[in-house]
Design a protein around this ligand. Sequence first.
Ligand code: FE2
Ligand code: FE2
Length: 205
Amino acid sequence: MKQDPTKMPAFEALMYQLLETELGGAQVYKTALKCALNDELKEEWQKYLDETTRHIQIARDLLEQVGLDADAEVPARKPVRIIGQALVQAMETALKGPNPEEAQLTAAECVVEAETKDHMNWELVGMLAEKMKGDVAKALRAAHDEVETQEDHHLYHTTGWARELWIEGLGLPAVLPPPEEKKDVETAIGAARAKNARDQMVSHR
Ligand SMILES: [Fe+2]
Ligand SMILES: [Fe+2]
């Protein structure tokens, strides 16, 4: 390794954004739950909210373990916070609209947006843990191991929900819960395979 990653400004930014994304994620799920109509989706998002609440604590602990003050207001947190607030606002606006199905669709897309960032943050933490040695690497690895599979579910399964709810809204045969959830997808390649298999899943229902 050419440089110590923990000495790079991006390391501190990633750590703070990791926490800020989880904080915003909890607000996104709380609002998304108000928009959800499908009972299985509600159940899924309630579980993801509980997991995200736990991730906030994991992220806070990780920051302290790598020597950062989890409550420090650093500039890197702000864009993440603003995006999180915008997602909540988008859902609140859709909720006031005349069509509850549209609010549910908006919520599914907002969760995908939030989870895309969340998933990437943790993926980067996993990469750092793999490349580094010592106590910081150990702390990164422990945190990553606890959340990794959950983050895969949050992103890939909700992406499936967003797509299938749109398909249902368009009056086409939808697979609900989505193939990603039925096949318990935990990787990008698995998500692509599940999406590919959806045609058979529709016709064999
Ligand atoms: Fe998370
Ligand atoms: Fe997540």
